[in-house]
Ligand binder design. Structure first.
Ligand SMILES: *Cc1c(COP(=O)(O)O)cnc(C)c1O
Length: 375
């Protein structure tokens, strides 16, 4: 309300994508990644929908996000992926959150707090078997595994790793990392008596392109929101029923102008009219996540047709050339991301102009604008 711009989230598409994932992994549990406010799609709304569809667990970055999910009524396990500071321990215990741990300090701290409050904390141990980022080393794993089993009031709920290149279906590293995870982690746990916990490594790329990575739980993020981690390439490959983009971003025409030839447009006059031009002004700009890198590059949809962005995108205004569209009116809907008629602008297309990936486009637009949910 009160904004000309709107991010529309299609619940039917969210359900469709969850179903596609479910059909791919079948009996494996699904841990739905809803960090970054559900990649811009709304963390609470997405988690509630996925929980109703059978998601086994959720993944967020921070403790505060986990608390928000619990307060919204989410009951399944919630994993906190980016670590725990001492001042968050009370919340972790009180809201029964499951931290991903990488060192023994964290385990000692969690155990003491859980013991003091007479509760049990479920933890997941993250190992770095080739990502080269967060995690304990393979050498340290046995020690942490033993600690979880011996310290009071801690329970091992999972062991996990992450892939650096699973979006590239031809890359060998994903298969190698999976083998190493089996050899060094899963087998070693089995030798130590196993237990009732999940082994999980697969993100969207691994789920889609590397069946051997699915183990007993998978962690899809991007694919639930209707996109492929390798962008257009994945879309075109389409191994499974295609995923449906969930987000649409719309604005409206606030002014139409008829300009003569030779008029410089906007800041820096980076575009000059080369003919009599009908110009439409949109109340959207880089402050809304429609970045300045879209200047003179992006396209939008009006009345089902493409119109090019002309001149610089400014903080709250973007100009598009609608000369070739025919009848256009003030107030017309403008689609910056998503479908209109038979045309579609994808986050992949926008990502190329912005010099980034579809993930970032969804986070940007989704988190900087008001969202509306439709079925
Ligand atoms: C974000 C994230 C995922 C999901 O990745 P997608 O490529 O979006 O499927 C899985 N695991 C971890 C540890 C993550 O941080």
């Amino acid at each position: 309300m009160g904004s000309c711009n709107c991010v529309e989230i299609n619940r039917t598409a969210l359900r469709h994508n969850f179903e596609v994932c479910h059909n791919i992994v079948r009996d494996n549990a699904i841990l739905a990644m809803v960090k970054a406010n559900g990649y811009g799609h709304g963390m609470v709304e997405c988690a509630s929908l996925f929980e109703a569809m059978g998601a086994a667990a959720f993944g967020v970055a921070e403790t505060a996000e986990g608390v928000e999910l619990r307060q919204a009524g989410i009951t399944k396990p919630i994993l906190i992926f980016t670590g725990v500071l001492p001042e968050m321990l009370d919340l972790i215990v009180k809201y029964a959150l499951s931290p991903v741990v990488v060192d023994d300090d964290c385990l000692s701290m969690l155990s003491s707090k859980a013991l003091a409050l007479q509760r049990e904390i479920a933890v997941h141990i993250k190992v770095d078997v080739g990502m080269g980022r967060q995690g304990c080393s393979v050498c340290d794993f046995s020690h942490l595994f033993a600690m979880v089993n011996s310290l009071p009031n801690l329970k091992l709920a999972g062991v996990l790793a992450h892939f650096p290149m699973s979006d590239d279906c031809g890359n060998k590293s994903t298969g190698e990392i999976t083998k190493k995870f089996f050899r060094e982690i899963v087998n070693r746990c089995e030798e130590d008596g196993g237990g009732d916990y999940y082994s999980h490594v697969a993100n969207s790329g691994a789920i889609l392109y590397f069946p051997e990575t699915r183990l007993d739980m998978v962690r899809p993020g991007l694919m639930l929101y209707g996109y492929y981690p390798d962008g257009e390439a994945g879309r075109n490959r389409s191994l499974y029923p295609s995923l449906k983009p969930v987000m649409r971003f719309t604005s409206r025409i606030i002014q139409l102008r008829d300009l003569e030839t030779g008029v410089g447009l906007g800041y820096g006059h980076t575009a000059v009219t080369s003919r009599k031009t009908k110009l439409a002004l949109l109340p959207v700009g880089y402050a809304d996540g429609y970045l300045r890198s879209m200047s003179n590059k992006g396209e939008v949809l009006i009345r089902g047709k493409r119109a090019p962005v002309v001149g610089r995108v400014s903080m709250n205004i973007t100009m598009v050339d609608v000369t070739d569209i025919g009848s256009v009116s003030k107030d017309d809907e403008v689609v910056l991301l998503g479908q209109q008629g038979n045309e579609e602008i994808t986050a992949d297309e926008i990502a190329v102009h912005m010099g980034t990936i579809n993930y970032e486009v969804l986070c940007l637009l989704g988190n900087l604008n008001n969202r509306r949910y439709i079925d």
